[in-house]
Write a protein that binds this ligand. Structure first.
Ligand code: SAH
Ligand code: MG
Length: 193
């Protein structure tokens, strides 16, 4: 029988970037306070955040997408161990190949950080008028707001893309976004009224 702590430990040991604890607390709180029942998650990893969110209420349903087969397999196993297979559906595919027709209360973007604008633009059509898009990792370990010179070309690329994403959200005519320095940095976007 796996426990939440086991998932956290596994992720830590295997360098799987699951949500930080205050970040996931914020999400679960948001879900509770706003009566969120349907969630689309981009980036399942091993199912940690999906399991935490599903445990908030038994009426919550989550569709979550993961492109990595090994992580997908582990997520399915973990979800079964928690008896949450009725609440969580995992899709094995690249999110850009997935076409969904249902509408969600909450869309949670937590996948490849260089593609956030594309995820946002692709899936906003699946967001209810009263819905919310939450994006994780907008601070990227503090690098996004820092002036320090970044050695790694790869990391530099991610930071540039995240800065573009924040600018995209700040200047967005359709959505109003609030930014929180919680966890690794969280954006909460709602349709403009
Ligand atoms: N939400 C999880 C952590 C996700 S880590 C949690 O907090 O528990 C990000 C995951 O997104 C990785 O497992 C990665 O394989 C997946 N991913 C990245 N780009 C993707 C894409 N385009 N489609 C589907 N999954 C993707
Ligand atoms: Mg994340």
């Amino acid at each position: 029988m796996v426990r939440i702590l086991d998932l956290e430990e596994y992720a830590y040991k295997n360098n799987i970037p699951i949500m930080m604890s205050d970040g996931i607390e914020f999400m679960c709180d948001y879900i509770k306070k706003n009566n969120v029942k349907s969630i689309l998650e981009i980036g399942t990893a091993i199912g940690y955040s999906a399991i935490k969110m599903a445990l908030v209420d038994k009426d919550i349903h989550i569709t979550t997408i993961e492109r990595d087969k090994a992580r997908y397999d582990l997520a399915v196993k973990n979800i079964c161990d928690f008896n949450l297979e009725n609440q969580i559906s995992v899709i094995l595919d690249d999110a850009f190949n997935v076409e969904l027709n249902n509408m969600f209360d909450l869309i949670f973007i937590d996948a490849a950080k260089s593609q956030y604008i594309k995820f946002f633009e692709k899936f906003k059509k699946n967001l209810k008028k009263t819905g919310t898009i939450i994006s994780d990792n907008l601070d990227f370990h503090g690098l996004v707001k820092s002036n320090e010179i970044i050695e790694s070309r790869n990391v530099r690329g991610i930071v540039r893309k995240l800065r573009n994403y924040i600018e995209f959200l700040e200047n967005n005519k359709e959505f109003e976004t609030s930014f929180y320095t919680i966890g690794d940095g969280i954006g909460v976007s709602k349709w403009q009224s």
